[in-house]
Design a binder for this molecule. Structure first.
Ligand code: ZN
Ligand code: ZN
Length: 347
């Protein structure tokens, strides 16, 4: 155990209980509190003790204590045998995991990093560095006192000493904490959706208690927005421009899916915006939920500046249309019949 280990600092064995921790700190605080101890090293040591104390107590509040055995005899008589003690566990930790739609669609293994707060290397977690030369306190200009209304009180920045022999650690800006990246991998089931939770057992917070296990890491899936796809539940939707002629003709239409291209059969039909729906071809089903549909919104497009060859072909098609007007364009036929009677042409 290192000498900066909280248990060693407080003279406790690793399994010490909450009461022992409080008792040990109170005893040491009597000895090392700067008000009681004139030794210049006392401040520093007292800070370390307090940090260790807070650390241990925080561990207590994070790790739920195992079910307490009844203390009084009366309770012991009436209560059934307490269940075997569950080992203490660290807290669960929650993080977001951003996935592309393709990753969520296909599933698989994903590597990611999370940042841990660890004690700063430069200052050992104290947040302070010891100055080589003492420095006059800038707040009280060395007097150790500052004016507070009409009276003078001890300067809080230097503890009333008028000089400083330590300053905020430059590496951690006084926080005492540094960030360390931890690489992890998680298995992603195919078809996870926004807001789903994935659990990485044992990758949560450490438990400070003896024999304790770390908590779990809970990853909330966040699906990144996609330039092509939109999800409605498990229905996968996309919009595709199509040649208006192809919509009239029907045929095969390649559609990009998150895991590859799929050719869909397009029935001949009107060249107006319409939907192509394929049941079960959307987002994969998961945990009892069925796979969604693939919904392709087809938007007809006509050439803006067709070349001579296309114009010639269109001219032929148009001639054929005019010759079979009541079959192919009944609206035009009835309109012309009503509004273009057999009047000789004016010109
Ligand atoms: Zn001062
Ligand atoms: Zn530091």
């Amino acid at each position: 155990m290192s000498p900066t280990d909280p248990h060693s600092l407080l003279g406790l064995s690793p399994g010490a209980g909450e009461r022992e921790i409080k008792h040990a700190f109170r005893r040491l605080a009597m000895r090392w509190h700067p008000d009681r101890n004139a030794d210049p090293a006392a401040i520093e040591h007292f800070k370390r003790l307090r940090a260790a104390y807070e650390d241990l107590l925080a561990g207590y509040s994070r790790c739920p204590a195992p079910a307490a055995a009844p203390h009084d005899a009366q309770a012991a008589d009436t209560r059934p045998e307490p269940p075997p003690e569950a080992p203490p566990r660290g807290a669960d930790r929650r993080e977001d995991l951003v996935l592309s739609l393709e990753e969520a669609f296909a599933g698989g293994e994903k590597a990611f990093t999370i940042a841990d707060e660890i004690p700063c290397d430069a200052c050992g977690g104290s947040g302070e560095e010891v100055l080589r030369h003492t420095r006059l306190c800038a707040t009280c200009h060395g007097s150790g006192r500052v004016r507070d209304g009409r009276s003078l009180t001890a300067c809080a920045d230097c503890g009333g000493r008028g000089y400083l022999n330590r300053q905020a650690c430059a590496a951690c800006h006084g926080s005492g904490q540094a960030r360390a990246a931890r690489k992890l991998r998680v298995r992603i089931p195919a078809g996870v959706l926004d807001g789903d939770e994935l659990r990485v057992a044992g990758a949560g917070e450490d438990c400070d208690r003896a024999g304790g296990k770390p908590g779990d890491l809970l990853l909330r899936v966040v699906l990144a927005p996609h330039a092509l796809y939109r999800l409605d539940g498990r229905d996968l939707m996309l919009t595709r421009p199509v040649s208006a002629f192809r919509m009239l003709l029907g045929g095969e239409l390649p559609i990009p899916l998150p895991d590859g291209v799929r050719n869909l059969k397009l029935e001949p039909g009107p060249a107006t915006t319409r939907e192509l729906r394929v049941k079960g071809a959307g987002f994969p089903g998961r945990g009892g939920a069925r796979a969604g549909a693939l919904i392709v919104r087809l938007v007809p497009v006509l050439p803006e500046a067709p070349d001579a060859e296309i114009l010639a072909l269109l001219e032929r098609a148009e001639t054929r249309l005019q010759n079979t007007l009541s079959r192919h364009l009944p609206d035009v036929a009835s309109w012309e019949e009503r509004w273009l009677p057999d009047i000789p042409e004016t010109r």
